[in-house]
Write a protein that binds this ligand. Structure first.
Ligand code: GCB
Length: 623
């Protein structure tokens, strides 16, 4: 805000985000904070909706501290009889300038008098009037910290949909895009004794160039919906590490790589007490990697064994709980710990009627328990990164996971910046979850056009996934060619597992065509799974098997689909659509009422539809 020249300069700014979006925070600064000392900033925040982005445009953040007010309004303080020359920054920071500046200019905001929202949450669920709000919301609070002198401090924000800009003590400290990941900003130098004002502008506007773009079959929640913490580390620290069984069939060769925050040499010590002697990892220029042999008890859905793990470098020590298992493909089969596995799955959104996308631990546990109740072993976390809590819980409960980024439908495949965004979302997800035994598949997309530009885009993502993690399988949910009754997606060339979305019996008549479709898919010589199939039903609506939205119709589709799958030995799994009904603005008929009704349960998970039992008995029969 350059008031000296023209107090109204802000109105000449075309794009208020312009100065805050060039240099996003990315996975390059991601760090493993799971077991580090943390202080939560959850709780009461003042907020305002800001649809025209006046906070960014007019620089409200400049009023965070007396120092930032001084920087902005210095020349106007002589009005109070203060001599400009004597008015140093030190003097200013000892005064409370906000009341004074309020006498100089009319402010369009009042941080402490704004209403209060309890974060984290989806604002849509906080008040009726925000249910459909799309745009920017400004959140602010003050906090005190407990950073020790020799510690570094990082702000961790988890789940800010879709982009956000962060200000601390009046300084812009970073911005981020992508609604499902967590990211870190170093704030060591910015933390002050006493109260620190933080301001976060979150904007969930849908845009063509984003990932996802403007059109999705799910609800666009907004907010800071998972967590906001300060994370403390020593001066030189372990950013992240990757510990995994090498998928070579031996079940004993292990690799551990470690990335430090600084370009130093030395050695790390890896301890897995239950697996014997510690292992030393030489570090050169901040990176180290070691290969060694042990005989861990394999993690599996039936025996989700996890080990205590610790890694030490100098005074830094991080711990984790990690399972060892092998996942690989051999021709058209999927092998878990060397044995054929059928992925008995179901898809789910990260949503609850009450909390939106901001699931409680109980709600996550309920979803994983439902997978078990279905007789399943696999959950597809569609269509964007779900919380890290889910994969940790799946590790403990023994549920295999498919994790996905929202490269959904009509993405701008020709746009390099869109690719950078998608890639970053994938990197954040992989860095966060590559030590989770439960995660076996990274999915790079869902139902996209089969064109060259899309192929190039997706090939890039597949490469990126393999570079960060060569121990898992890469997949995508592909469209079928209905007319030809085949899966001809060129992407299948670069995938380990092919996901097929087919809605025969629902959107498409001709369920009898399914067996041929599966035979055709077998020709690809790769394992494939039915990543989606299903039908909508309003719980309690009864009728005949041909009547849309009845439980009978949904059940019939499940009966027909499972019958076809039973006959096709080449299918290696399925994740029908979907565990429970979910919100979507696309579905407006009288039964749907803005919900997608393909759930096996109602949205509140209180009622099971008939198809739940059809799938359950199919999975039990497979055992
Ligand atoms: C799909 C999409 C999913 C939709 C579903 C449906 O193919 O992948 O996001 O919700 O179909 O219900 O139509």
């Amino acid at each position: 805000m350059k008031n000296e020249k023209n107090p109204y300069e802000n109105i000449l700014t075309r794009d208020p985000w312009e100065h805050f979006t060039g240099d996003y925070i990315t996975a390059d600064t991601w760090l493993d904070a799971s077991f580090r000392r943390r202080e939560s900033l959850a709780g009461e925040w003042n907020y305002t909706e800001d649809p025209y982005n006046n906070c960014l445009r007019s620089g409200w953040y400049n009023f965070s501290t007396s120092e930032s007010i001084y920087r902005t309004y210095r020349s106007q303080f002589p009005a109070f009889g203060i001599d400009e020359k004597e008015f140093t920054v030190d003097l200013a920071s000892q005064m409370d300038l906000l009341p004074m500046v309020k006498q100089l200019v009319p402010l369009d905001f009042d941080f402490d008098l704004w209403p209060v929202m309890n974060l984290p949450c989806c604002w849509n669920m906080s008040a009726e009037k925000y249910f459909l709000y799309e745009g920017s919301m400004v959140f602010t609070r003050t906090f005190r910290h407990s950073r020790k002198e020799d510690e570094r401090a990082f702000l961790r924000i988890d789940g800010a949909n879709y982009r956000c800009a962060v200000f601390l003590g009046g300084f812009f400290i970073g911005s981020h895009r992508g609604g499902g990941g967590d990211f870190f900003i170093e704030i060591t130098e910015r933390l002050k004794p006493g109260d620190n004002r933080i301001i976060i502008v979150v904007d969930n506007t849908r845009r063509l160039e984003q990932v996802p773009m403007i059109n999705t079959d799910w609800f666009n929640y907004g907010g800071l919906y998972r967590g906001i913490d300060i994370v403390y580390t020593p001066d030189t620290f372990i950013r992240h590490f990757f510990l995994t069984l090498i998928p070579d069939g031996t079940m004993k060769n292990i690799r551990c790589s470690v990335t430090l925050d600084r370009d130093v040499d030395g050695k790390c010590l890896l301890e897995v007490p239950e697996l014997g002697e510690p292992v030393s990892i030489p570090i050169r220029n901040g990176f180290g990697e070691v290969f060694f042999s042990r005989k861990p008890e394999p993690w599996s859905p039936k025996n989700p064994k996890i080990y205590d793990v610790a890694i030490t470098f100098g005074e830094d020590r991080i711990t984790d709980r990690i399972g060892f298992r092998e996942i690989r493909v051999e021709k058209d089969r999927i092998l878990l710990n060397g044995r054929d596995i059928f992925l008995k799955g179901i898809s789910t959104h990260e949503e609850s009627v009450v909390n939106g996308r901001s699931l409680s631990p109980e709600e996550v546990r309920e979803n994983l328990t439902l997978v078990k109740e279905l007789g399943g072993n696999f959950l597809r976390l569609a269509h964007y990164p779900h919380s890290g809590m889910t994969s940790r819980m799946a590790d403990r409960m023994g549920v295999l996971l498919w994790e996905e980024i929202p490269v959904y439908w009509a993405i701008q495949f020709e746009n390099p910046d869109t690719l950078a965004d998608a890639k970053n979302q994938l990197e954040e997800l992989i860095l966060r979850d590559r030590n989770r035994a439960s995660v076996v598949i990274w999915s790079v997309g869902n139902e996209n056009e089969d064109t060259e530009r899309r192929f190039t885009f997706m090939e890039n993502l597949v490469k990126c996934a393999k570079e960060l993690d060569d121990s898992r399988l890469v997949s995508a949910a592909c469209l079928v060619n209905w007319e030809e009754n085949s899966v001809q997606d060129s992407l299948s060339k670069v995938l380990d597992v092919i996901g097929i979305n087919e809605y025969f019996g629902w959107y498409l008549p001709g369920i009898e065509r399914v067996p041929r479709l599966f035979d055709e898919a077998s020709v690809l010589g790769k394992p494939f799974i039915v990543s989606e199939t299903g039908a909508g039903a309003l719980a309690g609506k009864r009728g005949n098997e041909n009547e849309f939205f009845t439980e009978e119709k949904q059940r019939k589709v499940y009966e027909d689909q499972t019958a076809a799958i039973r006959k096709c030995p080449n299918i290696r799994g399925m994740t029908p659509w979907i565990l429970y009904d979910f919100r979507t603005p696309l579905r407006t008929n009288v039964f749907q009422n803005k919900y997608n009704l393909k759930g096996l349960l109602t949205a509140d998970k209180k009622r099971r539809k008939q198809a739940f039992y059809t799938l359950k008995s199919f999975y039990e029969e497979l055992d």
